[in-house]
Design a protein around this ligand. Structure first.
Ligand SMILES: Nc1ncnc2c1ncn2[C@@H]1O[C@H](COP(=O)(O)OP(=O)(O)OP(=O)(O)O)[C@@H](O)[C@H]1O
Ligand SMILES: [Mg+2]
Length: 415
């Protein structure tokens, strides 16, 4: 059962206690699951992430202290707040529980109102903490993008304009050389030798091509800077009518380094099946963040699939591919824009599927994934844009994320 108020795991070896706790919490609107001992609790945490754990201390097998120690040592469960709920009322045990990472300590028999009030405080605290982390992640990215765009923009404009001057000076010098050649057709031996040494006709042609490729390179950097600025939508109001294709294209452009061929795999092919879409009233910076998170996940899933293959192994015959499709649909008389992002990466195993949108859930190594990408994406799509985000996945074959955003509601309200 999913509850808006939150999900709580209650751990106690006495069925009578579990019954009272469950009734109290259910009546208050929480979804409750139970475990009869520490081992069972740790096992069930492998498959689901409650918002809070109520933990008895005196239990057969591993006691509550040890259970708490183990779940705080596991990065997948360490963030879940634990309240000790126990008959041990002496200060030594209370301090021990808090030192082990418990957020609170309630003695039995408990007062129902007090228990509920404390649970509410800790669930709200946790939510506020997560919100802060998400916001700081978003604003950190925004700041970084601003700095990079600014730092790169000036020097690259400098180079870009100077290349044109260099090309012009080159033409003028060559012309001067030609005039000399016409007026002094028989040069000295020294000039002849040097002309041969530098292969003058090659140099003339190559210098021109060299400038052309430098120009191409700087044009590319300039367009990356434009993408960066538009990605973070630095100069614009938060909510506006926005061309989603522009957002998708810019995001793909920013990821081009990650899409390139690497030691294990070919370059990731990005197929764009774009239908004509109306402009969407939305928060472009937030939607770009969603596209970025989904596309990064797709690339990481592809990388994981190919990480164990030899460069010229059989898997190299298959193209790593990301398909981005967009469509305008009318469902139940509601106008929706749909964005589908599918990859042929590693896929998601059925056992972890229920958890992928959970905050801090990650299968990536420490330092690589914070487990926030999908949680942020879900919040932005469902809460901020009143849309939906779902997915289908097959292990070893790939994953497809589907976003649908209603386009009239916000427009009528806010524009
Ligand atoms: N396209 C995908 N293919 C396979 N697995 C995926 C895909 N997208 C997400 N996952 C799984 O869902 C987990 C959670 O994804 P999420 O984006 O929330 O966090 P993360 O990528 O691990 O870390 P972060 O995005 O914060 O850097 C991933 O660790 C991965 O196991
Ligand atoms: Mg991610």
């Amino acid at each position: 059962m999913i509850s808006n108020k939150g999900q709580i795991l209650a751990v106690d070896d006495l069925p009578a206690n579990l019954k009272v706790i469950s009734e109290t919490l259910c009546n208050a609107g929480y979804a409750v699951s139970t475990a009869r001992d520490g081992e069972m609790a740790l096992k069930s945490l492998q498959h689901y992430q409650p918002d809070l754990i109520l933990l008895d201390i005196l239990m057969p097998g591993i006691d509550g202290f040890e259970t708490c120690r183990r779940l705080k040592a596991d990065r997948n469960t360490s963030h879940i707040p634990v309240i000790f709920l126990t008959a041990l009322s002496d200060t030594v045990n209370k301090v021990k529980g808090l030192e082990l990472g418990g957020v609170d300590y309630i003695t039995k028999p408990f007062d129902q109102a007090e228990l509920l009030a404390r649970i509410k405080v800790h669930i709200n605290l946790k939510k506020a903490q997560v919100q802060l982390i998400q916001e700081s992640k978003l604003s950190m990215l925004g700041e970084l993008v601003t700095r990079i765009a600014h730092e790169i923009n000036n020097p690259i404009t400098f180079i870009y304009t100077n290349i044109n001057h260099a090309a012009q000076y080159h033409e003028e010098l060559i012309h001067l050389l030609e005039l000399y050649e016409a007026q002094f057709p028989t040069p000295s031996q020294e000039i002849k030798d040097w002309r041969e040494e530098i292969d003058l006709s090659f140099l003339k042609q190559d210098y021109f091509q060299l400038l052309e490729s430098m120009k191409l390179g700087t044009e590319r950097i300039k367009s990356i800077v434009v993408s960066l600025r538009s990605f973070a939508k630095l100069d614009e109001a938060e909510w506006k009518l926005f061309d989603l294709h522009e957002g998708l294209t810019n995001t793909v452009m920013l990821l081009s380094y990650h899409l390139q061929r690497n030691y294990n795999r070919k370059a990731v092919k990005v197929v764009k099946n774009y239908e004509e879409l109306p402009l969407v009233y939305c928060n472009p910076a937030q939607l770009n963040q969603v596209f970025m998170n989904l596309l990064m996940n797709a690339i990481e899933a592809i990388d994981e699939k190919y990480s164990n293959h030899e460069p010229e192994g059989e898997a190299m015959l298959e193209y790593p591919q990301i398909v981005i499709s967009t469509a305008f649909e009318v469902v139940d008389r509601e106008n929706l824009v749909c964005i589908h992002i599918s990859d042929n990466g590693i896929g998601i195993s059925e056992t972890i599927q229920p958890q992928i949108f959970d905050q801090f859930f990650t299968t990536k190594s420490t330092g690589k994934g914070a487990g926030l990408g999908l949680a942020i994406a879900k919040q932005i799509i469902t809460e901020k844009h009143e849309g939906t985000i779902t997915y289908t996945s097959e292990l070893g074959k790939g994953t497809k994320f589907m976003i649908a955003i209603p386009i009239d509601r916000k427009n009528q309200l806010g524009y």
